[in-house]
Design a protein around this ligand. Structure first.
Ligand SMILES: Cc1ncc(COP(=O)(O)O)c(C=O)c1O
Length: 394
């Protein structure tokens, strides 16, 4: 598959690229790069605003992305955002602003990415809502504590698949418990949609946020899927062009559909690129790749443990192939720099999940995350590079 991704033609520090930083962002296939290139070369115009041919093509190209999102994820409403972060902030500013009041409870977890913590802390400051965090114990969400935290909750925000540990949380259980208690549910699916095909309506969730760039699409674009019931309860928070129906000096009315949340010129080229990525990925057997990558990651985990590393990722059946680990004496950054010198790209640090790091009792980890184009050859080169680092440092 690597031949479909031009980045693998280049050498990094004189070595073939072993790209294992996929949880941060994935590489882009030719189709995506060419679609964006063609858009700028042949169809560039603003959307929804003019009757000329180019404007029509640009509008069609951009709206195609929404159509594909609704189809792929079986969603009635797809608001296009700049990514997962903006999608979650949108829920906080629109739904949260008008539906949460002083004393209301929002349940989060210690496993959340900062983008699913900070917007709620900011809202809590403004509206005096209560935030309850479900603890992580033995590397998993404590489901007994979750049930307790649910008491009186209005909203539950939970990461579907952890960007640090690859853990797929028991989402079905979490949603059914939350619904039974009358709470709305937001899924941070940034790390889930690259690995599994999610039927949004079937999940029963009210909001689902994710980013294109983690599933071979461009950066700068993502989506918020919204249930019909929650959509009715959302008010726009960003005003401007495109989102209005009428404007007079005494007031404005808004569009009825998703456009009311997309003020201003949208990410048109990115929409075109994401459409190409969605079409590309629709031909991929994700389940098959998921099992293949998980098996590679499990072998790597064993090899890392044999070399004295602590591996934090359980790599259970539904988990993503993400391995977070530390070495007892080599600092993660030194490790990653020496891996980079050998062409191996991994991420180090807190992975925008400082509360989880605190729970794991570390300042940071080294994270190797695998995606569709990775294979045994990559894992062998990764382990070979690890051995060279250990030779150099110990
Ligand atoms: C679980 C999770 N949530 C949210 C985000 C934020 O995504 P973005 O930076 O694309 O908005 C990420 C990105 O790493 C993530 O892994």
């Amino acid at each position: 598959m690597k031949d479909q991704f031009p980045i693998f033609e280049r050498k990094i520090n004189g070595k073939e690229l072993v790209y294992l930083d996929n949880a941060a962002t994935t590489q882009k296939p030719n189709q995506v790069i060419e679609a964006m290139n063609d858009y700028y070369r042949l169809s560039n115009a603003n959307v929804h605003r003019a009757v000329h041919t180019l404007a029509g093509e640009a509008t069609e190209g951009y709206e195609e992305c929404r159509k594909l999102l609704k189809k792929r994820f079986n969603a009635g409403r797809a608001i296009i955002t700049s990514g997962t972060t903006e999608a979650i902030n949108l829920v906080a500013h629109s739904w949260g602003h008008s539906n949460l009041n002083a004393g209301d409870v929002v349940v989060l977890t210690e496993m959340e990415h900062h983008s699913d913590i900070v917007p709620w802390q900011m809202l809590a400051e403004r509206k005096s809502i209560e935030l309850r965090y479900v603890p992580v114990s033995d590397g998993k969400l404590d489901m007994n504590a979750f049930e307790v935290a649910l008491e009186g909750a209005k909203l539950v925000c939970v990461v579907h698949t952890s960007n640090v540990l690859g853990i797929r949380n028991p989402i079905e259980k979490i949603i059914s418990f939350s619904k039974n208690r009358g709470a709305k549910i937001l899924l941070d699916a940034a790390q889930a949609v690259p690995h599994e095909l999610i039927d949004f309506k079937e999940t029963g969730a009210d909001f689902m946020a994710f980013s294109a760039h983690k599933m071979c699409g461009p950066t700068g674009i993502g989506a918020l899927l919204v249930s019909e019931e929650a959509f009715k309860e959302m008010q726009p928070f960003m005003g401007g062009g495109d989102m209005i129906d009428t404007v007079t000096l005494s007031g404005s009315t808004f569009q009825a559909d998703e456009h009311k949340f997309e003020a201003g010129t949208p990410r048109i080229a990115e929409g075109v690129g994401w459409s190409a990525a969605l079409e590309w990925i629709s031909k991929i057997d994700l389940l098959n790749h998921h099992q293949r990558l998980l098996s590679i990651a499990r072998d790597v985990k064993v090899s890392l443990e044999e070399r004295g590393m602590t591996v934090y990722s359980p790599l259970g059946p539904g988990d993503a192939a993400v391995i977070s680990f530390t070495h007892p004496s080599i600092h993660p950054e030194d490790f990653a720099r020496l891996l980079d010198a050998q062409g191996v790209a991994v991420r180090t640090g807190h992975h925008c999940a400082q509360p989880l790091m605190e729970r794991l009792g570390v300042n940071g980890t080294i994270r190797a995350s695998f995606y569709l184009y990775n294979d045994h050859n990559d894992s062998e080169k990764f382990l070979f590079a690890i051995d060279r680092v250990m030779e150099a440092m110990l």
